[in-house]
Design a protein around this ligand. Structure first.
Ligand SMILES: [Zn+2]
Length: 209
């Protein structure tokens, strides 16, 4: 762990973890080495916890090959080489364009699952549309329009189901108040664990194409 010390015009000490290897410590100009040492000692447990979690996420995201499609509980669905001939010869921009087209061509799989879960739960939507948001996996508006991010196709099915249940639940509650989560729990009893698991995939969501 490397901690970079920046002494500057300030009154408080602040420690910021950049990644699993680096942190920045900002401190007042007049601070003594002893004070810094004491501060770091008092924050040692916190620092360990945060860097451990970061390391796990880093390892997870480097192990995850985004260009290989993983669908339905981690089974590799198709590799990018199958998308188009000479895929490797395409420029990065065109490659992502192809990937996007490919995802869109599979959107019907999400539609099918959404229809199935809608029938199962009796919760309805009027229209379903694909989105490529870098912010949300899905949305549901007051007109009954549900949007599902086509990047969901990369995820294990249990997480796709969670997102669809979540959006369907918005047909009863247009908010995230406690009653929303209570009703969601009835549809999807282990939603808390799934929500947490989904957050691991935020790097997929943030990938823009
Ligand atoms: Zn929501």
């Amino acid at each position: 762990m490397k901690i970079k010390l920046i002494k500057e015009q300030r009154k408080t000490i602040a420690l910021k973890v950049v990644d699993s290897e680096n942190a920045i410590l900002k401190a007042p100009k007049s601070i003594s080495d002893k004070k810094i040492e004491e501060f770091l000692k008092s924050k040692a447990n916190w620092l360990n916890r945060v860097t451990k979690r970061m390391k796990e996420t880093e390892q997870f995201s480097t192990a995850f090959d985004f260009e290989k499609f993983i669908y339905l509980d981690g089974k590799q669905f198709i590799s990018t080489n199958e998308i188009s001939i000479g895929f490797e010869k395409l420029s990065a921009k065109n490659k992502w364009e192809e990937i996007r087209k490919y995802y869109l061509s599979l959107f019907w799989k999400l539609e099918e699952l959404a229809d199935k879960l809608s029938k199962e739960t009796g919760l309805k939507f009027k229209e379903i549309k694909p989105s490529n948001s870098v912010r949300v996996w899905g949305s549901y508006n007051s007109k009954g329009q549900m949007k599902l991010n086509f990047k969901l196709l990369v995820l294990p099915e249990r997480l796709i189901r969670y997102v669809i249940y979540h959006e369907l639940c918005h047909s009863i509650h247009m908010n995230h108040k406690p009653q929303f989560w209570k009703d969601l729990e009835k549809l999807c009893p282990n939603y808390k664990a799934l929500k947490k698991e989904l957050s691991q995939f935020s790097f997929v969501l943030k990938t823009a194409f």
